[in-house]
Design a protein around this ligand. Structure first.
Ligand code: ADP
Ligand code: MG
Length: 140
């Protein structure tokens, strides 16, 4: 099963990309694809379209387009649930000890990492950032 991780601009600015990638791979995830990019406000709005009516949509899309991000296509049995466990609660104040958000998030909005919330969204979100041909399990 696939899931999409994104190391968000706050964590890139804190220079903890390497530490987060290490924690992800040490937790049994295989990296199929990874890149550092900057997305436009419009791309952030498209990625988070499900949240467009929420009061934090403007803040979220401004933040996600404020600097480089690192989308990572991950593979693992039970990837979606296991990755949500690894990152912890949305609000770092409520995230369990040792989770990526507990360790690196700054606030509820600037919370270091994204993780897909369902198997379908994992597939769709990986496809938002990666062409199928550039993922490691499609290279020969
Ligand atoms: P998650 O990322 O844990 O799946 P959501 O899908 O509910 O959480 O929200 C998407 C992102 O929007 C969060 O990771 C966070 O960056 C931001 N966000 C969520 N709720 C708030 C809020 N109340 N205020 C500001 N930002 C928020
Ligand atoms: Mg979500």
């Amino acid at each position: 099963m696939r899931t999409l991780a994104i190391i968000k601009p706050d964590a890139v600015r804190k220079n903890v990309v390497g530490k987060i990638v290490s924690q992800i791979t040490e937790s049994g995830f295989t990296v199929l694809g990874m890149k550092m990019i900057r997305i436009s406000r419009q791309q952030a709005e498209a990625f988070y379209a499900v949240h467009r009516e929420r009061p934090f949509f403007g803040e979220l899309t401004e933040f996600m387009s404020s600097g480089p991000i690192v989308p990572i296509a991950l593979e693992k049995d039970n990837a979606v649930t296991d990755f949500r466990g690894l990152i912890g609660a949305t609000n770092p104040a409520e995230a369990a000890e040792g989770t990526i958000r507990k360790l690196y998030a700054s606030s509820l909005g600037e919370n270091a990492v994204h993780g897909s919330d369902s198997e379908d969204n994992g597939r769709l979100e990986v496809a938002f950032f990666f062409a199928e041909a550039e993922l490691a399990d499609n290279l020969s």
